[in-house]
Design a binder for this molecule. Structure first.
Ligand SMILES: *Cc1c(COP(=O)(O)O)cnc(C)c1O
Length: 395
């Protein structure tokens, strides 16, 4: 019988496969296809279901990618997983593989820009109806989800305003209406995730963020039941081509080995930074789910234990103050990734959420003074001193 390991042991050992050479570090199988002993063998492999150890073409499956999928599936307690070329390939595949014309989706309004594009533009162009709700308002979910709803979609912590959505409550409403709950869990990270035990049916990660955590590759993963992954997601992904590269799979496997240490260290620093900024005279509000002042603080504690690696805050002086502050930082980089070892500051209103019309930005709280800080692995005292000096440069 397989022993049950804790997260950190699973991150290092679960899902690993060794070749005949018994290597310690996982191998990269950089191969497009696989050789058959005989023509009969080829015929047989193409006619059978793709079994876990019988690969035929890397768009369909690959040993390095399989290790990555199995490790995260074990970590999350999912029956199965499919790795994708990017986080957006995962979001698109998770939705498109189960939706068709006439279907209905209910989604939270506060979403990552490209997720919003799929829900607002692409799905409706194929005849899928999408209703948006304020994700923190359970009554709105109750009102929008009907017996005709097929899929419910939200980010467990929204970007960039860090609202925490109640996975248990929303997935209960979805389940009673017969709808599938798909959770984009990027900001929660696999370390603080309890999404499946709270009732989610499908969990998605952009592995580009914390799972790589060192700014190198794009990747994604879809986790769910064996039926959903093997009968919906896999046929859709393998025929439309959003497969992960084996090299990426290998980089991400190495990322997983240190994920727990990195995410916990970054979260500790994020908490210290949030506390240090909270009373600053040039800041009107600090948004961090691990602070008692956050509107969903109790939910955050129950759902994910800690507040995560991202802190958002609003400067009093609007865009001018935000730009002066950003341009004065010496350690923190101006960029738009998150979950990286390097701390990164983003001005959502003019970058990641630039496309949104002014009234929508306002509705989502994406003001010109709002900044998103992804806290990295630097010494938190150095970071706090960098942030304080830059705040002092604002007139
Ligand atoms: C980054 C991100 C994505 C997209 O991931 P890519 O790897 O950039 O394609 C999707 N959802 C959320 C919440 C993200 O932060």
């Amino acid at each position: 019988m397989k022993k049950t390991w804790n997260k950190r042991t699973n991150l290092v050992h679960s899902g690993n496969r060794r070749s005949q050479y018994n290597e310690v570090s996982e191998s990269i199988f950089l191969t497009q296809s696989y050789v058959y002993e005989t023509a009969e063998d080829a015929e047989k492999r193409f006619s059978e279901d793709i079994s876990k150890d019988r690969f035929i073409y890397t768009r369909y499956g690959n040993p390095t990618i399989a290790m990555f999928e199995d490790k995260i599936a074990t970590l999350e307690g999912a029956e199965a997983a499919f790795a994708t070329a990017s986080g957006m390939a995962a979001v698109n595949g998770a939705l498109m593989s189960v939706l068709s014309s006439g279907d209905h989706v209910v989604a939270a309004r506060a979403l990552f820009g490209s997720c919003l594009y799929i829900l607002e533009k692409i799905l409706p162009s194929f005849g899928v109806k999408v209703t948006f709700v304020d994700g923190t308002d359970i009554d709105q979910w109750k009102g929008a989800i009907t017996a005709q709803t097929n899929v419910v979609f939200f980010e467990s912590i929204s970007n960039p305003t860090l609202e925490v959505i109640d996975i248990k409550a929303v997935s209960e409403i979805a389940r009673s209406a017969g709808a599938l709950t798909i959770v984009d869990n990027v900001f929660t990270t696999p370390i603080f995730s309890n999404a499946f035990s709270l009732g989610a049916d499908v969990v998605i990660y952009s592995a580009t963020k914390h799972i790589d955590g060192q700014g190198r590759t794009l990747g994604g993963i879809i986790l769910g039941s064996a039926d959903y992954i093997y009968n919906s997601v896999e046929p859709f992904m393998k025929h439309t081509g959003g497969t992960m590269s084996p090299f990426t799979g290998w980089v991400l496997l190495k990322g997983l080995e240190t994920l727990d240490l990195r995410v916990r260290a970054q979260t500790r620093s994020a908490f210290c930074i949030a506390k240090a900024l909270v009373d600053h005279p040039k800041i009107s509000s600090v948004i961090y789910p691990g602070l008692e002042t956050h509107p969903q603080y109790t939910l955050c504690k129950d759902q994910m234990e800690k507040g995560g690696t991202v802190v958002s805050f609003e400067l009093l002086g609007g865009k001018e103050a935000a730009f002066t502050f950003m341009n004065s930082l010496e350690i923190v980089l101006i960029s738009n990734n998150l979950g990286d070892a390097k701390s990164i500051v983003t001005h959502p209103a003019t970058t990641t959420h630039q496309r949104l019309p002014a009234n929508q930005k306002e509705r989502l709280g994406i003001t010109h003074g709002l900044l998103r800080l992804s806290v990295g692995l630097e010494d938190s005292k150095d970071l706090i001193s960098d942030l304080s000096s830059a705040l002092n440069k604002i007139l």
